[in-house]
Design a protein around this ligand. Structure first.
Ligand code: NAI
Length: 335
């Protein structure tokens, strides 16, 4: 079987080739790598393939899924946990198998969340640049202790709980909000209603999925109800946050700091080198001008351990599909 791998970067090749070699050394499965993202324009690249392997910014709406099915594709293998980019109802209608990698390394994202918080909190991003210029002045680098601060985690699933464990270890008071928290959370913090979490937290960190009901959950009203000077961290999905409202909150100095690894319009930018381009997104560019804003390009998942797990689970999902076995990672509503 041939698999068309979309949005393939050199690091995807490294880990997928490694896992393929281990599972299908007989050559029964071959991979066709495409740097292009999957969209209606690029869907023809999957011609002759039995499956596609895709990532967070590939488009799997009804039109693309229709085209894939029409070309004979039977399976969609997501190299990620989130599946907000898949029209699951259309996939079900077409009888497509869609499977994801639900937990490749919650610690990778949780640890990265801490990296962002500690960087912003202690201004190490600014110190790094200063010291290289021979400037050892401390003015402007004043931070605050994480110990004793209140951290509010929205979403207490695998990543939220891993983050709770780490913040708890730092001596933070942990508050969480989730309609269905994982049981493992209780030892690290209390569960509260969202308004209480927003009102009490020095740091608010998002770890819930992007769903119709969670889109722009952090907009003007939520920002206004946060503590003055609080930090907002989003390593989940860009669409959870209204970036324009965040800019207003930063300009009014109500929001004290922002760290984002995801951005609602990131598909135009992330995972590619745009250093020689003129970036047309004025909202994104405005965010980059604040000294108290830290932006990274969706790298929370990007560790050796997570990349290995993604590749191994992806081929495990494919094996379940080929054997007609029930697959634990199938996206709800699809085959
Ligand atoms: P998970 O499925 O284990 O947990 C998500 C939790 O969010 C669940 O407990 C669910 O009940 C909760 N939730 C749903 N709606 C909510 C709401 N309205 N308010 C509060 N909580 C709500 O998912 P996991 O593995 O913890 O991942 C969380 C998110 O992190 C993913 O949906 C994905 O968007 C993002 N992610 C980001 C990565 C990155 O590289 N930056 C990598 C992997 C995931």
């Amino acid at each position: 079987m041939k698999i068309a791998v979309f949005s393939a970067q050199p690091y995807d090749r490294r880990f997928l080739d490694e896992a393929l070699q281990r599972r299908h050394a007989d050559g029964a499965v071959t991979l066709q790598y495409h740097a292009e993202a999957l969209s209606l324009e690029s869907v023809a690249l999957a011609q002759g393939c039995g499956a596609v392997c895709v990532f967070v910014n590939d488009v799997l709406d009804a039109a693309v899924l229709d085209a894939l099915a029409g070309q004979g594709v039977r399976a969609v293998l997501l190299r990620c946990a989130g599946f907000n980019n898949v029209d699951a109802a259309a996939a079900a209608r077409l009888g497509l198998f869609v499977a994801r990698v639900p937990a490749y390394s919650p610690e990778a994202v949780a640890e990265f969340t801490l990296a962002l918080v500690l960087t912003l909190n202690r201004n190490t991003h600014r110190a790094y640049a200063r010291v290289r210029e021979g400037n050892f002045a401390l003015d402007g680098l004043l931070g605050s202790n994480l110990h004793g601060k209140t951290v509010g985690l929205i979403g207490l699933g695998k990543i939220g709980v891993a983050a709770a464990r780490i913040f708890h270890g730092f001596g933070c008071r942990v508050l969480g909000h989730d309609p269905a928290p994982l049981p493992g959370y209780a030892q690290f913090g209390a569960t509260v209603a969202l308004p209480e979490l927003l009102a009490q937290s020095d740091i608010v960190s998002l770890h819930c999925p992007l769903l119709p009901g969670t889109r722009h959950m952090i907009a003007a009203a939520a920002l206004a109800s946060m503590k003055p000077g609080a930090m907002l961290v989003n390593t989940s999905r860009g669409g959870l946050v209204d970036a324009c409202a965040v800019i207003d909150a930063l300009k009014s100095r109500h929001l004290g700091a922002l760290a984002i690894d995801v951005y609602e319009q990131e598909s135009e930018l992330f995972f590619h080198d745009h250093s020689a381009d003129i970036i047309a997104d004025d909202v994104f560019q405005r965010l980059l001008t604040f000294p108290n804003v830290l932006v990274t390009g969706h790298q929370g998942f990007f560790t050796i351990e997570a990349m290995r797990e993604i590749a191994v689970t992806t081929f495990g999902n494919l094996a379940d599909h080929l054997a007609g076995r029930p697959c634990p990672n199938v996206v709800a509503g699809t085959v």
